[in-house]
Design a protein around this ligand. Structure first.
Ligand code: SF4
Length: 399
Protein backbone atom coordinates (compact mmCIF):
# COMPACT_ATOMS: atom_id res chain seq x y z
CA UNK A 1 0.00 0.00 0.00
CA UNK A 2 1.23 3.51 -0.77
CA UNK A 3 0.23 6.05 1.85
CA UNK A 4 1.26 9.64 2.46
CA UNK A 5 1.88 11.20 5.85
CA UNK A 6 -1.06 13.57 5.31
CA UNK A 7 -3.41 10.64 4.48
CA UNK A 8 -2.35 8.87 7.68
CA UNK A 9 -2.90 12.05 9.62
CA UNK A 10 -6.38 12.35 8.11
CA UNK A 11 -7.11 8.72 9.05
CA UNK A 12 -6.06 9.31 12.67
CA UNK A 13 -8.26 12.43 12.81
CA UNK A 14 -11.35 10.86 11.25
CA UNK A 15 -11.56 7.50 9.41
CA UNK A 16 -14.58 8.65 7.37
CA UNK A 17 -12.75 11.74 6.15
CA UNK A 18 -9.93 9.42 5.06
CA UNK A 19 -12.42 7.30 3.11
CA UNK A 20 -13.96 10.32 1.36
CA UNK A 21 -10.52 11.67 0.49
CA UNK A 22 -8.35 8.62 -0.23
CA UNK A 23 -10.75 5.84 -1.26
CA UNK A 24 -13.74 7.62 -2.80
CA UNK A 25 -11.41 10.36 -4.08
CA UNK A 26 -14.06 13.05 -3.64
CA UNK A 27 -12.57 16.38 -4.52
CA UNK A 28 -13.42 19.33 -2.30
CA UNK A 29 -12.96 22.98 -3.18
CA UNK A 30 -9.90 24.63 -1.68
CA UNK A 31 -10.46 27.07 1.15
CA UNK A 32 -8.76 30.40 1.88
CA UNK A 33 -6.41 28.90 4.50
CA UNK A 34 -5.19 26.23 2.06
CA UNK A 35 -4.51 28.75 -0.71
CA UNK A 36 -2.79 31.11 1.73
CA UNK A 37 -0.59 28.31 3.11
CA UNK A 38 0.52 27.12 -0.31
CA UNK A 39 1.26 30.71 -1.50
CA UNK A 40 3.53 31.27 1.52
CA UNK A 41 5.24 27.91 0.96
CA UNK A 42 5.88 28.81 -2.72
CA UNK A 43 7.37 32.19 -1.78
CA UNK A 44 9.69 30.59 0.82
CA UNK A 45 10.84 28.04 -1.71
CA UNK A 46 11.52 30.81 -4.24
CA UNK A 47 13.56 32.69 -1.61
CA UNK A 48 16.06 29.84 -1.18
CA UNK A 49 16.18 28.19 -4.59
CA UNK A 50 17.95 31.01 -6.41
CA UNK A 51 21.39 30.27 -4.92
CA UNK A 52 23.81 32.04 -5.23
CA UNK A 53 21.82 34.99 -6.64
CA UNK A 54 19.22 35.10 -3.92
CA UNK A 55 16.20 37.34 -4.47
CA UNK A 56 15.77 40.57 -2.51
CA UNK A 57 12.87 40.93 -0.09
CA UNK A 58 10.98 43.00 -2.70
CA UNK A 59 11.39 40.21 -5.24
CA UNK A 60 10.10 37.64 -2.75
CA UNK A 61 7.06 39.84 -2.04
CA UNK A 62 6.46 40.33 -5.78
CA UNK A 63 6.62 36.59 -6.24
CA UNK A 64 4.12 36.06 -3.39
CA UNK A 65 1.79 38.68 -4.91
CA UNK A 66 1.84 36.87 -8.26
CA UNK A 67 1.08 33.46 -6.73
CA UNK A 68 -1.59 34.88 -4.44
CA UNK A 69 -3.34 36.82 -7.21
CA UNK A 70 -3.51 33.70 -9.37
CA UNK A 71 -4.55 31.23 -6.69
CA UNK A 72 -7.07 33.37 -4.79
CA UNK A 73 -9.34 33.16 -7.84
CA UNK A 74 -9.95 29.47 -7.09
CA UNK A 75 -11.54 30.32 -3.72
CA UNK A 76 -14.79 31.97 -2.86
CA UNK A 77 -13.53 34.56 -0.38
CA UNK A 78 -14.88 37.97 0.62
CA UNK A 79 -12.65 40.90 -0.44
CA UNK A 80 -12.05 41.94 3.22
CA UNK A 81 -10.69 38.48 4.04
CA UNK A 82 -8.60 38.50 0.90
CA UNK A 83 -7.04 41.82 1.91
CA UNK A 84 -6.36 40.67 5.48
CA UNK A 85 -4.63 37.50 4.25
CA UNK A 86 -2.61 39.35 1.64
CA UNK A 87 -1.30 41.84 4.24
CA UNK A 88 -0.60 39.03 6.66
CA UNK A 89 1.37 37.22 3.96
CA UNK A 90 3.57 40.27 3.36
CA UNK A 91 4.17 40.77 7.07
CA UNK A 92 5.13 37.07 7.45
CA UNK A 93 7.61 37.28 4.58
CA UNK A 94 9.16 40.54 5.84
CA UNK A 95 9.67 39.07 9.30
CA UNK A 96 10.98 35.80 7.89
CA UNK A 97 13.41 37.47 5.49
CA UNK A 98 14.81 39.68 8.24
CA UNK A 99 15.54 36.69 10.49
CA UNK A 100 16.52 34.22 7.76
CA UNK A 101 18.61 35.94 5.13
CA UNK A 102 19.00 33.19 2.55
CA UNK A 103 22.78 33.55 2.06
CA UNK A 104 23.29 32.56 5.72
CA UNK A 105 21.98 29.03 5.19
CA UNK A 106 23.28 26.00 3.39
CA UNK A 107 20.05 24.67 1.90
CA UNK A 108 20.53 21.25 0.30
CA UNK A 109 16.97 20.40 -0.73
CA UNK A 110 13.59 22.11 -1.15
CA UNK A 111 10.11 20.59 -1.41
CA UNK A 112 11.74 17.22 -1.61
CA UNK A 113 9.52 14.22 -2.42
CA UNK A 114 10.27 10.99 -0.60
CA UNK A 115 9.12 7.37 -0.35
CA UNK A 116 10.09 5.22 2.64
CA UNK A 117 9.69 1.43 2.37
CA UNK A 118 8.24 -0.18 5.46
CA UNK A 119 7.86 -3.93 5.73
CA UNK A 120 5.48 -5.71 8.06
CA UNK A 121 7.79 -8.26 9.77
CA UNK A 122 4.87 -10.61 10.46
CA UNK A 123 3.36 -10.77 6.97
CA UNK A 124 6.34 -9.67 4.86
CA UNK A 125 4.02 -7.18 3.17
CA UNK A 126 5.73 -4.00 1.97
CA UNK A 127 4.33 -0.47 2.10
CA UNK A 128 5.56 2.90 0.87
CA UNK A 129 5.21 5.97 3.00
CA UNK A 130 5.40 9.14 0.93
CA UNK A 131 5.44 12.89 1.49
CA UNK A 132 7.17 16.19 0.75
CA UNK A 133 9.77 17.81 3.01
CA UNK A 134 9.74 21.64 2.79
CA UNK A 135 13.46 22.19 3.34
CA UNK A 136 16.67 20.40 4.34
CA UNK A 137 19.71 22.40 5.55
CA UNK A 138 23.24 21.29 6.27
CA UNK A 139 25.11 23.19 8.99
CA UNK A 140 28.33 25.08 8.16
CA UNK A 141 30.56 22.19 9.40
CA UNK A 142 28.61 19.85 7.17
CA UNK A 143 27.98 17.66 10.17
CA UNK A 144 24.34 18.15 11.09
CA UNK A 145 21.29 18.12 8.85
CA UNK A 146 18.12 19.98 9.72
CA UNK A 147 14.69 19.16 8.35
CA UNK A 148 12.41 22.20 8.40
CA UNK A 149 8.66 22.12 7.92
CA UNK A 150 6.87 25.48 7.61
CA UNK A 151 3.58 25.88 9.45
CA UNK A 152 1.09 28.68 8.80
CA UNK A 153 -1.12 27.69 11.76
CA UNK A 154 -1.97 30.36 14.29
CA UNK A 155 -1.56 28.07 17.29
CA UNK A 156 1.86 26.84 18.37
CA UNK A 157 2.13 23.38 19.96
CA UNK A 158 4.06 22.57 23.15
CA UNK A 159 7.59 21.13 23.00
CA UNK A 160 6.16 17.82 24.20
CA UNK A 161 3.79 17.64 21.23
CA UNK A 162 6.64 18.41 18.82
CA UNK A 163 8.79 15.72 20.53
CA UNK A 164 6.09 13.20 19.63
CA UNK A 165 5.08 14.62 16.27
CA UNK A 166 4.46 11.81 13.75
CA UNK A 167 5.23 13.96 10.71
CA UNK A 168 8.74 14.80 11.92
CA UNK A 169 9.44 11.16 12.81
CA UNK A 170 8.45 10.13 9.28
CA UNK A 171 10.62 12.88 7.79
CA UNK A 172 13.57 11.58 9.81
CA UNK A 173 13.01 8.09 8.38
CA UNK A 174 12.84 9.60 4.89
CA UNK A 175 16.12 11.49 5.20
CA UNK A 176 17.91 8.51 6.76
CA UNK A 177 16.75 6.38 3.84
CA UNK A 178 17.87 8.91 1.23
CA UNK A 179 21.36 9.34 2.72
CA UNK A 180 22.02 6.07 4.56
CA UNK A 181 25.66 7.03 5.20
CA UNK A 182 24.42 9.88 7.43
CA UNK A 183 24.63 9.44 11.21
CA UNK A 184 21.00 9.28 12.28
CA UNK A 185 21.87 11.04 15.56
CA UNK A 186 22.86 14.11 13.58
CA UNK A 187 19.42 14.88 12.18
CA UNK A 188 17.62 17.83 13.70
CA UNK A 189 13.87 18.20 13.13
CA UNK A 190 12.18 21.60 13.19
CA UNK A 191 8.74 23.08 12.76
CA UNK A 192 8.88 26.76 11.78
CA UNK A 193 5.75 28.71 12.72
CA UNK A 194 5.90 31.58 10.24
CA UNK A 195 3.11 33.66 11.79
CA UNK A 196 5.10 33.80 15.05
CA UNK A 197 8.56 33.71 13.51
CA UNK A 198 9.39 30.88 15.94
CA UNK A 199 11.01 27.53 15.39
CA UNK A 200 10.57 24.49 17.64
CA UNK A 201 13.21 21.79 17.22
CA UNK A 202 13.50 18.20 18.32
CA UNK A 203 15.25 14.91 17.45
CA UNK A 204 14.50 11.19 17.43
CA UNK A 205 16.32 8.15 18.80
CA UNK A 206 16.29 4.62 17.36
CA UNK A 207 13.56 3.43 19.72
CA UNK A 208 11.27 6.30 18.72
CA UNK A 209 11.88 5.56 15.03
CA UNK A 210 11.04 1.87 15.54
CA UNK A 211 7.85 2.90 17.35
CA UNK A 212 6.98 5.20 14.44
CA UNK A 213 7.28 2.28 12.01
CA UNK A 214 5.09 0.12 14.27
CA UNK A 215 2.51 2.90 14.54
CA UNK A 216 2.42 3.35 10.76
CA UNK A 217 2.05 -0.43 10.22
CA UNK A 218 -0.73 -0.59 12.80
CA UNK A 219 -2.59 2.24 11.06
CA UNK A 220 -2.17 0.56 7.64
CA UNK A 221 -3.45 -2.75 9.09
CA UNK A 222 -6.45 -0.96 10.56
CA UNK A 223 -7.23 0.70 7.22
CA UNK A 224 -7.03 -2.66 5.41
CA UNK A 225 -9.25 -4.29 8.05
CA UNK A 226 -11.83 -1.53 7.64
CA UNK A 227 -11.81 -2.03 3.85
CA UNK A 228 -12.42 -5.77 4.39
CA UNK A 229 -15.24 -4.98 6.84
CA UNK A 230 -17.27 -3.54 4.00
CA UNK A 231 -15.60 -0.12 4.14
CA UNK A 232 -16.39 0.49 7.80
CA UNK A 233 -14.86 3.95 8.27
CA UNK A 234 -16.81 5.66 11.07
CA UNK A 235 -17.17 9.44 11.32
CA UNK A 236 -15.28 10.81 14.34
CA UNK A 237 -16.49 14.32 15.14
CA UNK A 238 -13.89 16.69 16.61
CA UNK A 239 -13.30 20.46 16.70
CA UNK A 240 -11.66 20.16 13.23
CA UNK A 241 -15.07 19.31 11.69
CA UNK A 242 -15.64 23.05 11.26
CA UNK A 243 -12.85 23.04 8.65
CA UNK A 244 -13.77 19.72 7.03
CA UNK A 245 -14.73 20.05 3.37
CA UNK A 246 -16.91 16.91 3.62
CA UNK A 247 -19.16 18.27 6.38
CA UNK A 248 -22.23 18.59 4.19
CA UNK A 249 -22.10 14.93 3.13
CA UNK A 250 -21.00 13.56 6.53
CA UNK A 251 -23.68 11.50 8.39
CA UNK A 252 -22.89 13.57 11.50
CA UNK A 253 -23.88 16.85 9.85
CA UNK A 254 -25.92 15.98 6.74
CA UNK A 255 -29.17 16.42 8.66
CA UNK A 256 -28.20 19.93 9.78
CA UNK A 257 -27.57 21.05 6.20
CA UNK A 258 -30.54 19.13 4.82
CA UNK A 259 -32.72 20.98 7.30
CA UNK A 260 -31.50 24.26 5.93
CA UNK A 261 -31.55 23.47 2.24
CA UNK A 262 -33.89 20.57 1.59
CA UNK A 263 -36.43 20.84 4.36
CA UNK A 264 -39.27 19.44 2.32
CA UNK A 265 -37.37 16.47 0.96
CA UNK A 266 -36.74 14.81 4.32
CA UNK A 267 -39.13 12.03 5.21
CA UNK A 268 -40.76 12.01 8.67
CA UNK A 269 -39.15 15.29 9.70
CA UNK A 270 -42.18 16.41 11.77
CA UNK A 271 -42.33 13.12 13.63
CA UNK A 272 -38.61 13.39 14.32
CA UNK A 273 -38.90 16.99 15.57
CA UNK A 274 -41.47 16.07 18.19
CA UNK A 275 -39.48 12.94 19.20
CA UNK A 276 -36.32 15.03 19.73
CA UNK A 277 -38.29 17.67 21.65
CA UNK A 278 -39.86 15.08 23.95
CA UNK A 279 -36.54 13.26 24.37
CA UNK A 280 -34.88 16.45 25.66
CA UNK A 281 -37.87 17.24 27.89
CA UNK A 282 -37.73 13.82 29.54
CA UNK A 283 -33.97 14.11 30.00
CA UNK A 284 -34.31 17.66 31.41
CA UNK A 285 -36.85 16.58 33.96
CA UNK A 286 -34.63 13.64 34.82
CA UNK A 287 -37.60 11.38 34.38
CA UNK A 288 -36.77 7.71 34.34
CA UNK A 289 -39.52 6.87 31.88
CA UNK A 290 -37.45 4.20 30.15
CA UNK A 291 -40.35 2.77 28.25
CA UNK A 292 -41.14 6.11 26.58
CA UNK A 293 -37.45 6.85 25.98
CA UNK A 294 -37.15 3.50 24.19
CA UNK A 295 -40.16 4.35 22.02
CA UNK A 296 -38.61 7.71 21.14
CA UNK A 297 -35.30 6.04 20.35
CA UNK A 298 -37.10 3.69 17.97
CA UNK A 299 -38.48 6.71 16.09
CA UNK A 300 -35.10 8.47 16.10
CA UNK A 301 -33.08 5.42 15.03
CA UNK A 302 -35.70 4.67 12.34
CA UNK A 303 -35.24 8.20 10.97
CA UNK A 304 -31.45 7.84 11.09
CA UNK A 305 -31.54 4.53 9.21
CA UNK A 306 -33.91 5.82 6.57
CA UNK A 307 -31.99 9.03 5.95
CA UNK A 308 -28.51 7.55 6.45
CA UNK A 309 -27.47 9.98 9.17
CA UNK A 310 -25.89 9.38 12.58
CA UNK A 311 -26.77 12.74 14.15
CA UNK A 312 -30.07 14.60 14.15
CA UNK A 313 -30.65 18.23 15.06
CA UNK A 314 -33.66 19.72 16.83
CA UNK A 315 -34.49 23.08 18.38
CA UNK A 316 -32.99 22.07 21.76
CA UNK A 317 -29.77 20.45 20.61
CA UNK A 318 -28.68 17.35 18.76
CA UNK A 319 -28.66 13.60 19.28
CA UNK A 320 -25.85 11.35 18.09
CA UNK A 321 -25.90 7.60 17.57
CA UNK A 322 -22.58 6.03 18.41
CA UNK A 323 -21.82 2.41 17.79
CA UNK A 324 -19.79 0.99 20.64
CA UNK A 325 -17.88 -2.20 20.03
CA UNK A 326 -17.44 -4.60 22.92
CA UNK A 327 -15.64 -7.90 22.81
CA UNK A 328 -17.30 -11.10 23.98
CA UNK A 329 -15.56 -14.43 24.46
CA UNK A 330 -16.68 -18.00 23.96
CA UNK A 331 -15.48 -19.12 27.39
CA UNK A 332 -15.83 -22.84 26.77
CA UNK A 333 -13.41 -22.59 23.83
CA UNK A 334 -11.11 -20.33 25.84
CA UNK A 335 -11.01 -22.98 28.55
CA UNK A 336 -9.72 -25.51 25.98
CA UNK A 337 -6.80 -23.15 25.24
CA UNK A 338 -5.94 -22.11 28.81
CA UNK A 339 -6.45 -25.32 30.76
CA UNK A 340 -3.46 -27.20 29.26
CA UNK A 341 -1.09 -24.36 30.28
CA UNK A 342 -2.51 -24.05 33.81
CA UNK A 343 -3.94 -20.56 33.28
CA UNK A 344 -7.62 -21.44 33.48
CA UNK A 345 -7.45 -21.62 37.27
CA UNK A 346 -6.45 -17.95 37.37
CA UNK A 347 -9.85 -17.14 35.99
CA UNK A 348 -11.46 -19.54 38.52
CA UNK A 349 -14.84 -18.94 37.07
CA UNK A 350 -16.06 -18.00 33.63
CA UNK A 351 -15.22 -14.31 33.97
CA UNK A 352 -14.45 -12.08 30.96
CA UNK A 353 -12.92 -9.30 33.07
CA UNK A 354 -10.35 -11.64 34.60
CA UNK A 355 -9.64 -13.08 31.17
CA UNK A 356 -8.91 -9.62 29.83
CA UNK A 357 -6.34 -9.13 32.62
CA UNK A 358 -4.38 -12.35 31.98
CA UNK A 359 -4.24 -11.97 28.17
CA UNK A 360 -1.32 -9.54 28.43
CA UNK A 361 0.74 -12.04 30.44
CA UNK A 362 0.43 -14.81 27.81
CA UNK A 363 3.04 -15.63 25.15
CA UNK A 364 2.39 -14.03 21.73
CA UNK A 365 1.05 -17.15 19.94
CA UNK A 366 -1.30 -17.88 22.85
CA UNK A 367 -2.57 -14.27 22.83
CA UNK A 368 -3.35 -14.61 19.12
CA UNK A 369 -5.31 -17.83 19.73
CA UNK A 370 -7.42 -16.18 22.41
CA UNK A 371 -7.99 -13.00 20.41
CA UNK A 372 -9.17 -15.09 17.45
CA UNK A 373 -11.93 -16.49 19.68
CA UNK A 374 -13.34 -13.05 20.45
CA UNK A 375 -16.47 -11.74 18.81
CA UNK A 376 -17.45 -8.08 18.57
CA UNK A 377 -20.82 -7.02 19.91
CA UNK A 378 -22.05 -3.73 18.44
CA UNK A 379 -24.24 -1.63 20.71
CA UNK A 380 -25.94 1.60 19.63
CA UNK A 381 -25.74 4.44 22.17
CA UNK A 382 -27.72 7.66 21.80
CA UNK A 383 -25.97 10.74 23.19
CA UNK A 384 -27.75 14.05 23.69
CA UNK A 385 -26.08 17.46 23.54
CA UNK A 386 -27.43 20.94 23.94
CA UNK A 387 -24.19 22.44 22.73
CA UNK A 388 -23.90 24.08 19.35
CA UNK A 389 -23.42 21.81 16.36
CA UNK A 390 -19.81 20.68 16.19
CA UNK A 391 -19.13 20.78 19.93
CA UNK A 392 -18.17 17.30 20.86
CA UNK A 393 -18.86 16.83 24.55
CA UNK A 394 -22.14 15.11 25.04
CA UNK A 395 -24.23 15.86 28.11
CA UNK A 396 -25.69 12.47 28.45
CA UNK A 397 -25.77 9.07 26.89
CA UNK A 398 -27.98 6.05 27.07
CA UNK A 399 -28.07 2.72 25.27
S1 SF4 B 1 -17.24 16.51 9.34
FE1 SF4 B 1 -16.04 15.68 11.04
S2 SF4 B 1 -16.89 13.65 11.37
FE2 SF4 B 1 -17.56 14.30 9.36
S3 SF4 B 1 -16.05 13.50 7.92
FE3 SF4 B 1 -15.41 15.56 8.45
S4 SF4 B 1 -13.99 15.30 10.17
FE4 SF4 B 1 -15.17 13.41 9.97
Amino acid sequence: MRVSYSALDTYRTCPLKYKFQEIDRIKIPKNADMVFGSSIHSALKYMFERSPLYPTLDQVIDFFRGVWDASKLSVDMPSEQEEILYKEGISILEKFYKRNQPWNFNVVDLESRFGVDIENPETGEGHILSGIIDRVDKDSDGDFYEIIDYKTARKMPSQQIVDNDLQLSIYHLALAKRWPQMDSKKIKLSLYFVKHGEKISTSRNEEQLENTKKFVLKSIDEINERIKENYNFPPTPCPLCDWCGYKKMCPMFKHLYAKEYEKNKIKNQDELNSAIKEYFELKDKNQSNNERLDELKTVIYGFMDENKVERVFGGDGYLTRKIQERYSYDLEKIREVLEPIGKWEEILSADEKKLGKIIDSLPGDMQKKILALRAIKKIAVLTASKKKAGAETEDDSSE
